[in-house]
Design a protein around this ligand. Structure first.
Ligand code: NDP
Length: 484
């Protein structure tokens, strides 16, 4: 096994195995080869992980923010030094081209560790004067044990986007990656220990949904942060509510991208390519409903097809390749089933649409035109390289149609009309919006969804509020005025 870790789980600073857990085969999506074999966590492993995380929390929270921050920043440095090695692992875990993983995975994880490491020392409460000498001060406190549950598209990034703010605030975390991509979170856990984090501060256990569910309902857990689909989000949110736990939900989307006829077509095509085909379309915030104003529709489609001819599809370890396989056969079949639905419901297939023969889980980047708002490919999240192009006439019409979805993760507009761009963005019902670009998610900016796409925000200073709470202390400087 090429990428067999020492054991399946990382608890209390060490690799731990329990072979009684269900088998998890880790498959390299480019070849179908099994590259590691892990075991799902048994109840005993879940218990060990939660105990260790709980025991470590008070000591971790008692460090100064400067000390916690130093460890996180050291971990960021180690991740950057090992970027190539971590990227090769990520490429094997996910199938994403090395060209992408070298710049978007361990590097964005390191950004989160560095950013929240930098913030850790400045996390404070406030002083509120009340007149007559009385005042209130607030103490920002950690929530306690946090659970992170990840999707399979950005495993390293998700492990760090959740772990870094949690740890900066003095929480500890049990992280459960998706069983499809279980390898890189173990590296994050190891690196944190190497950077000086006390044992148990960040534990990783493997498992299917049932393991995630047992973590969410455990009374030792104060907060759950999930990246996943809306159906899973609904279940996890409901389970967390029973214990009145804090939640962050980063869920799916069916985001609109609007291209007006005054836009720079080349940029709009670039945005549509990035927002539909990066990571073979397996990105939650993708702008998969591309609304193109009627006058430029054919020009847009022509240029898009020409540019797609330049995609280099193949071995993800070849750094020239920029379009890799999908993460699993299952995900490939889901995407292909939507191609069939698109055809059956009357959309016009203008590019791609078929599986690429071979052992890997490859399909062509796919574009449908003449898509109607009520077609399945325009309403449901596909999570694959399938773009729907829809036509529109007016600004008012397109905004209403763009918002006519249960999702609200992201939205973008391409136009050279400055005031229209801001008007459209003000009208978007989405958490993360773009003007003349698409899909950038720097750690400095809040990221998250509205409507069914989520609750709370990751990244930026806002994430701190989702991993800490305020204790209010009223201080009286005067006698107590009781009525009798
Ligand atoms: P899933 O919702 O299937 O799974 C997400 C995670 O939750 C997995 O680790 C899964 O484990 C776990 N899980 C499943 N059921 C439960 C349960 N009842 N209780 C606790 N945990 C559970 O999503 P995918 O992994 O298929 O990822 C794709 C989805 O993630 C897409 O909808 C996408 O839009 C969304 N996503 C959102 C992002 C965002 O930031 N908004 C970013 C990336 C992806 P297991 O895999 O073992 O079932």
């Amino acid at each position: 096994m090429k990428f067999q870790p020492k054991a399946s789980h990382f608890i209390n600073g060490a690799y731990v195995e329990d072979t009684n857990g269900a088998l998890i085969d880790v498959i390299y999506p480019a070849t179908g080869e099994v590259i590691a074999r892990l075991h799902s966590a048994t109840p005993d492993i879940v218990n060990q992980a939660l105990n260790s995380t709980k025991n470590a929390q008070a000591e971790w929270a008692a460090l100064t923010g400067t000390e916690r921050g130093r460890i996180l920043r050291r971990a960021a440095d180690i991740m950057r030094e090992r970027n190539r090695e971590l990227s090769i692992l990520e490429t094997h875990d996910t199938g994403k081209p090395l060209q992408e993983t070298l710049v978007a995975d361990a590097t964005s994880g390191a950004d989160a560790l560095e950013y929240f490491g930098g913030l850790a020392a400045s996390l404070t409460g406030e002083h509120i004067p009340l007149g007559g000498g009385d005042f209130v001060y607030t103490i920002r406190e950690a929530l306690g044990v946090c659970v992170g549950i990840g999707a399979w598209n950005y495993p390293t990034q998700i492990a760090c986007w959740k772990g870094a703010p949690a740890l900066a605030c003095g929480n500890t975390m049990v992280f459960k990656p998706s069983e499809t991509t279980p390898l890189s979170a173990l590296q994050v856990a190891e690196i944190l220990i190497e950077a000086g984090a006390p044992k148990g501060v960040y534990n990783v256990i493997q498992g299917y949904g049932d393991v995630g569910a047992s973590l969410v309902t455990d009374p030792r857990v104060a907060k759950v942060s999930l990246t996943g689909s809306v159906p899973t989000g609904r279940k996890v949110y409901a389970a967390a509510a029973d214990g009145m736990k804090h939640v962050t939900m980063e869920l799916g989307g069916k985001s609109p991208m609007i291209v007006f006829d005054d836009a720079d077509i080349e940029n709009a095509v670039s945005g549509a390519i990035l927002g539909n085909f990066y990571s073979s379309g397996q990105v939650c915030s993708n702008g998969t409903r591309v609304f193109v104003q009627k006058g430029i529709k054919e020009a847009f489609l022509k240029r898009l097809s020409e540019r797609l001819e330049n995609a280099i599809i193949g071995d993800p370890l070849d750094e020239n390749v920029n379009f890799g396989p999908m993460v699993s056969e299952n995900q490939l079949n889901i995407a292909l089933s939507y191609v069939e639905k698109g055809k059956a419901e009357g959309a016009r297939l203008v590019y791609g649409g078929t599986r690429i023969e071979g052992d890997g889980y490859y399909m062509q980047p796919t574009v449908f035109a003449d898509v109607a708002d009520d077609m399945s490919i325009a309403r449901e999240e596909i999570f694959g390289p399938v773009m729907s192009v829809l036509d529109f006439d007016t600004e008012q019409e397109v905004l209403a149609r763009a918002n006519d979805t249960e999702f609200g993760l992201a939205a973008g507009v391409f136009t050279n009309d400055l005031t229209r761009a801001h008007r459209i963005v003000a009208g978007f019902e989405a958490g993360t919006c773009y003007i003349n670009t698409y899909n950038l998610a720097p750690v400095e900016a809040p990221f998250g969804g509205s409507k069914m796409s989520g609750v709370g925000r990751e990244n930026s200073k806002l994430a701190i509020n989702h991993f800490s709470e305020m204790k209010t202390v009223y201080v009286s400087m005067n006698d107590v005025a009781a009525p009798y």
